[in-house]
Design a protein around this ligand. Sequence first.
Ligand code: SF4
Ligand code: SF4
Length: 446
Amino acid sequence: MKSISIKKGFKLPLSGLPDISAIQLPEPETIAVSAMDIPYIRPKLLVKQGDLVKTGTSLFCDKKNKSILYLSPGTGRVKQILFGPRRKLIEVVIDLNKNQDKNEAFVKFDTLTLKTIKAVPRTTLIKHLQDGGLWQCFRQLPAKDTADENLTPAMIIVSLNGNDPFSPHPQVVLDNETRYFEFGLKVLQQLVKKIVVTCRKDSLTRLNGCKPFITHVVPDTYPAWDPGTVLYKLKRSEKENNSWCISAEHLVLVAKLLLDGRYPVKRVITVTRSDDKKPHIITRQGAPVKDLIGQMDTTGIITTGRFNGRSVNPDSHLGFFENTLNIIHDNDGDEMFGFILPGLSKPTVSKTFLSCLTSTPKDLDCTIHGEERACINCGYCTKICPIDLAPNFIMKALHADDIEDALGFGLLDCVRCGLCSFTCPSKIELTKLLSDGMDAHFKDKE
Ligand code: SF4
Ligand code: SF4
């Protein structure tokens, strides 16, 4: 097991760390497959309102590659198909059959075994995963788009920790799943020669069965466990930019699909809020947000990541790639003479507040202390960027429409961790600017 050293990033103690215990939620009344958390998708619907669906029925595909399917995570009837502006698909909502455990009907998929997996041709294996709605678990770096099945990646990075500081703990995610995790690694061996399995240092002590498979340990500094950050530290040549990543949870899903012949629907979720220590929640893919968060005050907002998630509506459902919900206090009022207060509970990267002298967990809120201001060249964004970018320089190149310069400054290495926006004293949305720049670059190449 090797250690990866990452000096930059964010290591402030934050409040809201979830408890390591887990509870099983009762079956929800509705579930949905959301298109809102799927990067770059152009969805094409394959069902209409009122259709009966089984667990594993295709609901929509990606117009760019119609073999990428999104399947129903339950058995029931299509209740509603929600669209946003310009008929952009938001989510397909399904009314689950009552007594889902007794009345659940599954689409059957071909199965493989430990003995047969080695003899399966690569193309057949990929077709199995595409038909079973799980090929999209493989993401291609740097954009984290669905992996291109026609490419052979330099390596596949398996991350035991999700993208958020409070993503589900691998001990809960992999509890009783070692057999599947091991089979998942055999699947990867059919796709690539080099497999990297990473884990956060503080998650190691609680791991049991899957510990021997870890190849690299990363520090507990956010976002050291992001596959993009790991790739940045490991790559030795340009060619290795062409790598894929998959989370440990998704690798287990892949193995379950291939071994059991059913679309797997179990998901582990964390819900975090500053004044609460909640257990992990075991539920079904696409569960309603309001079932997961319970009661919340009207001034809170819900995001799917502390620094880089989307904001979600309590009446919506959790997306395919999302496994954490943060409830953040929306403190939109002005703070009287805030600049002379010691700020003992305020997180600070620049050591502006006295809170930098204590190790007690700090609360995050949505306050931006005024409007967006001009860049003052303070360099904090460069000091915190885990992959040594100068986000302020990239921003200026993008503002000048000079994509060549932005690429030269390393735009495509950005892992969209959100730290530069968080730390910027002028509250410039650097991550969004860089993210939009990357998306525009990839769209131009289509
Ligand atoms: S540029 Fe910003 S969002 Fe991108 S990796 Fe650096 S800190 Fe994170
Ligand atoms: S942190 Fe903000 S103000 Fe400071 S250099 Fe970066 S962009 Fe400019």
